[in-house]
Design a protein around this ligand. Structure first.
Ligand code: 3HC
Ligand code: NAI
Length: 682
């Protein structure tokens, strides 16, 4: 880490160089304090530009220090030191000014940003609140509603938007440093602006706080930081700067050591480790300059959209001309949806569509680098597709299947150059969901596997390596989720109670609502296939509902009733009757929310432990990412396995034993028992 001071005439340029992201480590805070003293003491200096070397401005506090006691100088002192300097400091922002980085910039008299820069206070995403005046200065600069949105949502904004809000004073298209030095020269001729800490907070309407609190709580779903951040901004608007700063710091320090912050930090680091698995270190992926998707249905269309969003030209292959038209229409519908939601312009949508060639001719794939097959979930159909691909594609093209439940080793049998074949399991909708399970077969070469990870990076997805078994990592655990949910119904709980309990746990949706949304038919079809393989999947109520045509929202009824055109689940007498019939003569008990969540989540932990033992997943953190990014497991709980560790494995084993003694779950597996014993040696 270095902080250097150079001089452009009377302008001092303080340059931070602390790779990779100029995080505010203790040494950097110390060096910044010293830079304030040095520039203040130098009479020839009239203004100071604060710039950063490398890819970004200061990206925030050093997250690695959060598990340890804070060491002075603390960041609020550094920000105050900069704000109180007699010479104006001007931040030259490129890359990201995040968290403590933005707080340092708020201590400066002015902020100049490159047009490509982004700014934000993402602390809530790490389970904390800004800790160096962010919640106290920001409403003074940009007003309360904009500050609330930035701080409680934790999202970043671009330089243009920041300029509109008054967060930055100038946006620069060309050379940022020389423009900022020029800005500083002019600024040094003018009286300094009033320090932000001395400005007042604009008033808000009487009911602003109660309204906003409700909205933030509804979004937070159990996450504490957003509401605590809101309380800090409210304090900033009602108390003086010093009282509000002390309140903010106290909240920051309290949350910094919290279980939620530890969980969110765990996810932060797991997400950054995921694209670079150590077992592929040094393996060079193949080039991906073009892609093809076979099958333009639900998944194929979503995958085409994801590839186009990442800028790759795509060939979409369907069965015949009519199917090609339908496939292209499916893709277009996705882009039009993005236009409607304001995510992209109509021009961009048209450009994305222009990059898709629809055809039923495999000859169009002669020079394609990567192919993703997403045709019907049928072994014979898929094999026929790969036989065609074997003939049509270059020998080094990477060929992949998006199968959900079939065995990729069987799909790839007989393929030419089988070392370039692997599974790439996307989640629906494929252009939205972040998870990508990457499934090597027995023959997959390391560079083909690395290409799967490279594709994930290109698409902005979270890649997780999964071994071959029924459902890979995610859907194998999902089967347990669903089976447990049905077990609960047979022992006294209702679908509405189960869904409410899982929402209370932090899931975006309960298991029954989710099935109604996606359709019960897909899982029923998979159970049928499993039975044909000799397995005994457990879904007595779900099977009966499907047999009477209740397959979810698309049939106006599944686990709930639906009024035509209305997606609000209504309690269903028909379903209650089916449940009562199946549950007859089984022991009934009363279930509270916690007991329901335990009866679903803890058997999932049990299955996940088996998945780890079998090597289907390589790391517990990978399972956490699968659950968070594929199934909406609450991020603030750190994912399934982090939750299990935090909860205590011994307790989990004892709950599972209780459940299994009543026939309500499998007993704890050996691996879980051993891990529990190691956790608390008796
Ligand atoms: N502290 C420590 N390390 C950090 C870090 C931070 N705040 N931010 C990023 N890193 C590390 C990453 O772990 C990664 O390390 P690795 O190479 O060893 O895996 C490396 O920097 C690069 O990170 P990314 O892979 O994420 O790089 P990108 O270029 O994709 O993204 C970024 C850069 C946008 C800065 C992104 O890293 C990011 O969003 N970082 C988090 C920013 C943040 O949350 N800041 C707020 C911190 S809390 C705070 O400031 C409290 C204050 O109010 C007191
Ligand atoms: P779908 O039925 O919506 O689409 C399949 C498409 O493949 C159809 O458009 C069909 O015309 C086309 N097709 C069939 N045979 C073809 C052939 N020989 N050549 C070219 N195109 C052909 O199915 P969906 O849901 O998109 O599933 C596709 C694959 O993705 C399946 O393997 C499925 O298991 C898997 N998958 C599905 C998920 C989901 O949620 N729907 C999630 C993840 C994976």
């Amino acid at each position: 880490m270095t902080v250097t001071i150079t001089y452009e005439g009377a302008i001092a340029v303080v340059t931070i160089d602390n790779p990779p992201v100029n995080a505010l480590s203790q040494a950097l805070r110390q060096a910044l304090m010293e830079a304030v003293f040095t520039t203040e003491a130098n009479e020839t200096v009239s203004a100071v530009v604060l710039a950063c070397a490398g890819r970004t401005f200061i990206a925030g506090a050093d997250v690695n220090e959060f598990g340890k006691p804070p060491v002075p100088p603390h960041l609020p002192e550094v920000v105050t030191g900069i704000e109180r300097a007699k010479k104006p400091w001007i931040a030259a922002i490129h890359g990201s000014a995040l968290g403590g980085g933005l707080e340092v910039a708020l201590g400066c008299a002015y902020r100049v940003a490159a047009a490509s820069a982004n700014l934000g206070l993402p602390e809530v995403k790490l389970g904390i609140v800004p800790g160096a005046g962010g919640t106290v200065r920001l409403p003074r600069l940009i007003g309360v509603p904009a500050a609330v949105e930035l701080v409680t949502g934790g999202n970043t904004i671009g330089a243009g938007k920041a300029r509109e809000l008054g967060l930055v004073d100038a946006v620069v298209e060309g050379d940022l440093l020389s423009a900022t030095v020029g800005f500083a020269r002019e600024a040094s001729q003018r009286p300094q602006p009033q320090p932000i800490s001395e400005r007042s907070v604009p008033m808000v309407e009487d009911d602003f706080w109660s309204r906003t609190e409700k909205a933030v709580a509804a979004k937070a779903r159990g996450e504490v930081a957003p509401l605590r951040a809101l309380a800090c901004i409210q304090m900033a608007s009602e108390a003086d700067f010093f009282t509000a700063s002390a309140f903010e710091r106290e909240t920051f320090l309290d949350l910094r050591g919290s279980a939620q912050a530890a969980a969110l930090r765990h996810v932060f680091f797991a997400e950054r480790a995921a694209p670079r698995p150590p077992e592929l270190a040094g393996v060079v992926p193949r080039h991906i300059r073009s892609a093809a998707v076979i099958g333009g249905g639900t998944m194929g269309a979503g995958i085409v959209a994801a590839l186009r969003d990442a800028g790759l030209p795509v060939v979409l292959v369907e069965r015949d001309a009519a199917a090609v038209e339908r496939g292209l229409a499916n893709v277009n519908q996705i882009f039009q949806g993005s236009v409607k939601r304001g995510r992209i312009s109509a021009d961009v949508a048209a450009e994305r569509m222009r990059g898709v060639i629809g055809t039923d001719d495999y000859g169009a794939l002669a020079d394609t680098d990567l192919v993703i097959e997403a045709v019907f979930e049928d072994l014979a159909v898929k094999r026929a597709v790969f036989a065609q691909l074997s003939k049509a594609c270059r020998a080094d093209a990477v060929l992949t299947t998006n199968t959900s439940y079939l065995d990729p080793d069987e799909i790839g049998e007989g393929l030419a150059q089988p070392e370039r074949f692997l599974g790439l399991h996307f989640f629906s909708p494929a252009h939205v969901m972040k998870l990508l399970e990457i499934v090597p077969t027995e023959t997959t070469a390391p560079d083909a596997l690395a290409t799967g990870f490279a594709l994930a990076r290109l698409l902005g997805k979270i890649p997780v390596r999964a071994g071959i078994c029924d459902g890979f990592v995610g859907n194998r655990i999902l089967k347990v989720t669903r089976a447990q949910a049905e077990r609960l119904l047979l022992s006294g709980a209702t679908p509405a109670a189960v869904d409410a309990a899982m929402r209370a746990f932090g899931m975006p949706m309960g298991p029954f609502e989710a099935q109604d949304l996606g359709g019960l038919d897909i899982a029923a079809f998979q159970r049928k296939a499993a039975r044909e393989r000799g397995e005994t999947p457990f879904a007595p109520v779900g099977d009966l509902l499907v047999s009477i045509g209740r397959i979810g929202q698309k049939s106006n009824g599944g686990w709930y009733d639906y009024q035509p055109g209305d997606r609000t689940p209504q309690l269903s007498n028909a379903v209650a009757t089916v449940i009562a019939e199946v549950a007859a003569r089984r022991p009934q008990q009363t279930w509270d929310k916690t007991a329901i969540a335990d009866a679903i989540i803890l058997p999932m932990v049990n299955e996940a432990t088996r998945i780890l033992e079998e090597g289907i997943a390589l790391r517990a953190a990978d399972i956490d990412l699968v659950e968070i990014h594929g199934y909406g497991f609450p991020r603030w709980r750190g994912g399934l396995m982090h939750y299990a560790q935090a909860r205590g494995l011994r307790e989990i084993v004892s709950v599972l034993d209780r459940l299994s003694s009543k026939g309500l779950s499998d007993p704890a597996c050996d691996g879980l028992r051993q891990a529990a014993d190691q956790e608390h040696p008796s």
